[in-house]
Ligand binder design. Structure first.
Ligand SMILES: C[S@@+](CC[C@H](N)C(=O)[O-])C[C@H]1O[C@@H](n2cnc3c(N)ncnc32)[C@H](O)[C@@H]1O
Length: 267
């Protein structure tokens, strides 16, 4: 499926990409819509070293390189870098997008290497841990930009609302409100200028994209689509957070607790 248009007035850059290409490599909500929304607040400059963290099929990595002229390290756990390289080469950006396999707690980078890090629909898999930013933030140089866009909540709840019960999965407890993320990122002590907000009527984008994938035979979740439609903005949305790496923050306070299993082997 190629040459399919899906224009969205809020995302003119993403709208110029082949929606068939995005759908064929889909892993959830429209990654380029979320990336464009996030990057409005990221101040990316040509030549910057950017980490695309949990990049999945690297569509956002291609988007960042093409739209902002940055160099991108496309890091992911589930999707093999060889697979991503083929997509990156086909998109003509292999000179500035570098795919690699990386687990969020065992990153193969030098501290202070990145000018910016972004993560689309992935940070909630590991970043809700209160200890995580003290491990991750040192990979950013002081003053570097940090930005994530994740599925989230309009309002927090203690027990699952009745209309969401048929669809709810335990993993969805990683969905949080903008206020939750604001506090979570601020109190890490690693970031400054933290700003978190949610996408007005985000569920419409979420549903529209899942509908498009369903009608074009792409991988999608009927159950997720039904959940988002049933909810219709009452609870589900997307949350965006941007921040700046705080100069002089103490780093890696919890490194010994976040090492991979190999580091715990008897010596
Ligand atoms: C729902 S997919 C989103 C992929 C892509 N960003 C997108 O929007 O299409 C979530 C991604 O998070 C990555 N991920 C989850 N846990 C991870 C971890 N512990 N370390 C590194 N990546 C992780 C997975 O490899 C997966 O590709």
């Amino acid at each position: 499926m190629t040459g399919v248009e899906l224009p969205h007035p809020a995302y003119p850059r993403a709208s110029s990409y082949d929606a068939g290409w995005v759908a064929a490599n889909n892993m959830g909500p429209h990654p380029l819509w979320l990336a464009e929304w996030l990057c409005e607040a990221m101040a990316l400059q040509p030549g910057m070293r950017v980490l695309d963290f949990g990049c999945g099929t690297a569509l956002t990595s291609v988007f960042l390189a093409r739209e902002f002229g940055v160099q991108v390290w496309a890091a992911d756990l589930w999707i093999a870098p060889t697979e991503n390289l083929a997509r990156i080469e086909a998109a003509g950006v292999a000179d500035r997008v570098f795919p690699l396999r990386a687990e969020a707690h065992a990153l193969p980078f030098a501290h202070g290497f990145f000018d910016a890090a972004i993560s689309i629909d992935a940070y909630h898999y590991f970043g809700t841990d209160d200890l995580y930013l003290s491990y991750f933030a040192p990979f950013l140089r002081p003053g570097a930009r940090f930005g994530i866009a994740v599925p989230g909540l309009v309002n927090a709840f203690e027990s699952v609302p009745a209309h969401l019960e048929p669809y709810w999965e335990p993993d969805f407890w990683t969905f949080h409100t903008a206020a939750w993320w604001q506090r979570h990122l601020e109190r890490s002590g690693q970031l400054t200028a933290v700003h978190a907000d949610d996408l007005d009527r985000g569920w419409e984008d979420w549903a529209r994209w899942l509908e498009f994938c369903a009608t074009h035979g792409a991988r999608t979740s009927e159950r997720e689509l039904e959940m988002v439609r049933t909810d219709a903005s009452r609870n589900l949305t997307f949350v965006r957070c941007t921040a700046t790496r705080r100069p002089g923050a103490a780093g890696v306070v919890a490194e010994h607790r976040l090492r991979g299993p190999q580091d715990h082997a008897p010596r």
